[in-house]
Design a protein around this ligand. Structure first.
Ligand code: FCB
Length: 426
């Protein structure tokens, strides 16, 4: 086991969000993409969950879950709206947010980059702008200068491989390029950027834990009997899941694992994965539900001998019973991975709130709290009670355990509005 700092809880029980998906009223390369009609049904993130003005009340809700950690991201386009111009007010708001998180007793986990770029950088070439590394590191240094005394846990870049593939090969995210060669270069560039961000944060905060969030997609051969299918699955697995880690080692203190689904490789598909086999249990987005894949991902990434933290795991499901089952089944796999000796130090459910799911818009419902976008009302789903119950069973427990008998979420007591410790000093 590594030297997991004593200042952190032995296991982080959290929920996750990202700035563009919840804050509302952002102005970045994604809002331009939305304005160009590139999101399903022409939807735009717009007011989103209006979390920028409602974060305090939202935190009261999240606190009722009993979490001890919270993952969020800061929005570069707010902090540096024009090159070299730092918005003190935006930085002060993020500081108040982090203070509020801490007063709830949560470990804040700050993501520097979660898919969005300021327009001025996007217009200079984004990742490939000649001064991209310098701009990214200056931004990181500024964030750490303003918030670093309150934050000990950082994610540099969220899902670099997803960004590279969706933005540069698939073309369905900004900047909308369709070139495998460019995606390859983008991935390399992101590795390079990560290293700079890692070193920038560590130089300012040597004791902080810094990592990134790796989207681990499990690829299986469509037909186990086909040599070509097996070859493609192994190749894509290496390219998407393993190569990036090797590229940035040893510049990370933990590995953040985002796990959602399994995909299938059939050699006739020309390296395009099949999202689910006919008849498979899927989410509302058609993603195949495969809990054992989480343990698989943890085993593979565990070879690096660094602490593992599940930074995202969740499901788009209007049927909350599916979410309840998803949560329990994945946590069982996490516990089993720990029982095998893997050092898994946290689990962040994606997401606390329903939110803006990129090119899919507002349709997918990932939240423990449902959001009514017309009124901005939030309603806890039964799975929120179940998550609280699972956390309660594990108070001060490491490794974690999921009891054999899990109660019906509907029968658990409703969530109580939590009272912030700030208002009630002991
Ligand atoms: C992940 C993203 C996150 C969210 C979930 C569903 O790939 O990091 O922002 O969209 O998927």
């Amino acid at each position: 086991m590594s030297a997991w700092p004593r200042s952190l809880p032995p296991f982080l029980w959290g929920v996750a969000t990202s700035s563009h998906q919840v804050e509302g009223q952002t102005h970045n390369d994604w809002t331009r993409w939305e304005a160009a009609g590139r999101v399903r049904e022409g939807q735009r993130s717009g007011r989103g969950c209006d979390h920028w003005s409602r974060y305090q009340e939202d935190y009261q809700r999240f606190a009722a879950l009993g979490i001890n950690a919270y993952r969020f991201s800061v929005e570069w386009s707010r902090i540096e709206p024009e090159p070299g111009q730092w918005d003190r007010e935006a930085l002060a708001t993020y500081r108040r947010m982090v203070q509020a998180m801490r007063s709830h007793g949560w470990v804040p986990c700050l993501t520097l980059h979660h898919f969005t770029l300021p327009l001025w950088l996007a217009d200079r070439g984004g990742l490939f702008a000649p001064d991209a590394v310098e701009r990214f590191t200056r931004y990181a240094a500024t964030v750490v200068e303003h918030l670093g005394d309150l934050v000990d846990l950082y994610v540099t870049i969220n899902e670099p491989m997803v960004w590279a593939v969706m933005g540069y090969a698939h073309g369905s995210w900004p900047p909308g390029r369709r070139s495998v060669w460019l995606a390859w270069r983008a991935a390399n560039r992101l590795g390079h950027l990560h290293r700079h961000l890692y070193r920038t944060i560590k130089a300012a905060r040597p004791t902080a834990l810094v990592g990134w969030a790796h989207h681990y997609a499990v690829f299986f051969p469509y037909r186990e009997t086909s040599w070509a299918d097996r070859r493609d699955a192994a190749a894509v697995d290496w390219l998407f899941n393993r190569r990036f880690v090797a590229q940035i080692a040893p510049d990370f203190d933990f590995i953040g694992v985002n796990y959602y689904f399994r995909q299938w490789m059939h050699w006739r598909q020309g390296f395009r994965p099949i999202t689910a086999k006919p008849g498979a249990l899927t989410t509302d987005m058609g993603w195949e539900i495969y809990p054992a894949g989480l343990r698989h991902a943890l085993r593979v990434l565990g070879r690096w001998q660094k602490p593992l933290v599940v930074k995202e795991n969740g499901i788009a499901a209007r049927d909350d019973r599916l979410r309840q089952r998803f949560l329990v089944d994945h946590l069982r796999e996490l516990a089993a991975a720990q029982a095998e000796g893997l050092e898994v130090r946290g689990y962040f459910y994606w997401s606390a709130l329903d939110n803006f799911e990129w090119a899919e818009g507002f349709h997918p419902r990932f939240g423990l709290f449902a959001v009514d976008y017309a009124t901005q009302a939030r309603t806890p789903r039964p799975s929120a009670r179940l998550y609280r119950w699972l956390i309660e069973q594990n108070r001060d427990r490491f490794p974690i355990a999921v009891p054999d008998h899990v109660p019906d979420a509907e029968e658990l007591p409703p969530l109580k509005a939590a009272v912030s410790p700030t208002n009630h000093p002991a």
